[in-house]
Design a protein around this ligand. Structure first.
Ligand code: NZQ
Ligand code: ZN
Length: 384
């Protein structure tokens, strides 16, 4: 097992009555800046429930943060926050809103440079505003981690930052709010959580049997409950398990002491940067081709994954590894998610543009850093 540090200060308030606790989670004396997405929370009544739960806290609202949250839009909120006395940021939404709120929290006090530096050159975050989250879609784990992924539309970049100062103070998680999710968003979230687990698990063995079994437990739970929530969107217990599984997939417990990968995510981010395709779908398309490309170095873990999660019993390790990849894609298909980029996109210029971007940045990917831009070109061609 590798050395590791683990820190996670997020208070999770989970369940049907979690909204009732919201007002008490925010210290008095703050103005709540209530930040939300494209309007689903208004349609579903979540915004009304949040507002009444906030009681006497003064509130200002900022809506309109769309999926793959845009730096340009977030900077409008930074201006609002800078003119708000003692702001406490409350993200009500999914990964896009929570990530956007993390950026706003770090960007508002940032200076003297442009806050984009936080993403482009790892500009130092000296302080961040306090934030909390009310989660409406299980997928990213952002509600319980310190990372955010922000897109700059003008330059078509999608970049990540991580900082302990942007951990949410709390995550309010009521599975009933996920009853209103459209099937495609539900499925995208399950795929995202699945790939988060795989990118912390399917690398090479450094003798981490606990972490391997924790990863398998999250996957087995998603395999069982994912189809249930699609068949019965108001199945509370299945929704609760999907929600908690997605959080468990990226609250960094699974990263402890293991070797991680993240190549599928980094290629996926480039696809979203260029096309605005939903995050989960980019992953669904890239994962299989990437794993087939890496099958020699991931064979042992892939075979163990197939046996533990899909119940496979192949003798030959290569056959076992390839069958595990096929079963993964079959699971995504069963959720209604295509694994072909060509089913979502028509412009093939990204097949050249993404490898060129990695070349320009001198980026190689994967747990061994051996996935070159040429390899990425092959993976993307297979994903089309
Ligand atoms: O915008 P609204 O109108 O609210 O609608 C949203 C959005 O269209 C809708 N939705 C959310 N909750 C709903 C609902 N519709 C009905 N009922 C509800 N209860 O769902 C759509 C997708 O929302 P979004 O927040 O974009 O989804 P997700 O949580 O998948 O977030 C994706 C973003 O997170 C980043 C991704 O790159 C992407 O930008 N990620 C963040 C990570 C992190 N911070 O750790 C890690 C991930 O790997 C990922 O990169
Ligand atoms: Zn993801």
């Amino acid at each position: 097992m590798k050395d590791f540090q683990f820190y996670n200060p997020v208070k999770v308030v989970f369940g049907r009555k979690s909204f009732e606790k919201l007002g008490g989670l925010i210290p008095t004396g703050h103005t709540v800046v209530l930040i939300y997405g494209g309007g689903s929370v208004r349609r579903t009544g979540v915004l009304d429930r949040v507002q009444s739960a906030l009681g006497d806290h003064p509130v200002v609202e900022f809506g309109g943060i769309l999926p793959n949250p845009a730096y340009e839009k977030l900077m409008e909120c930074v201006a609002l926050v800078r003119s708000t006395p003692s702001p406490f940021l409350l993200a009500v939404g999914g990964g896009s809103v929570i990530d956007g709120t993390k950026f706003i929290a770090a960007a508002a006090p940032y200076g003297p440079g442009d806050p984009w530096e936080i993403l482009s050159v790892r500009g130092k975050i000296r302080e961040a505003l306090p934030l909390g989250s009310v989660l409406t879609i299980p997928a990213t784990g952002s509600e319980m981690n310190n990372g955010a992924v922000i897109t700059r539309r003008q330059t078509r970049e999608k970049l990540v930052f991580q900082n302990d100062q942007v951990f949410p103070r709390f995550a309010v998680m009521d599975p009933t709010v996920t009853f209103t999710l459209p099937a495609d968003q539900t499925a995208n979230g399950i795929v995202d959580a699945w790939v988060h687990v795989l990118e912390q698990y399917l690398t090479y063995d450094v003798e981490t049997p606990l972490q391997d079994r924790q990863a398998q437990a999250v996957l087995s739970t998603l395999l069982e409950t994912g189809p249930r929530v699609l068949a019965a969107p108001e199945d509370y217990d299945a929704r609760a398990s999907v929600m908690w599984s997605a959080t468990a997939a990226l609250n960094r417990v699974l990263s402890c002491g293991v070797v991680t990968d993240w190549a599928t995510h980094l290629i996926g981010h480039e696809i979203s940067a260029l096309t605005d395709l939903a995050h989960g779908r980019t992953l669904a398309c890239v994962l299989g081709p990437l794993l087939r490309h890496q099958v020699a170095s991931k064979e042992g873990k892939l075979a163990g994954y197939g046996a533990a999660v899909f119940g496979h019993g192949f003798e030959d390790p290569r056959e076992a590894a390839l069958a595990a990849i096929d079963a993964t894609e079959a699971f995504f298909h069963s959720l209604g998610v295509s694994t072909r980029l060509g089913d979502y996109l028509s412009d093939q210029t990204l097949l050249d543009e993404i490898p060129q971007r990695f070349t320009a940045r001198r980026t190689t990917l994967g747990e061994r850093g051996d996935i070159t831009p040429d390899d990425v070109a092959g993976i993307l061609a297979d994903a089309w």
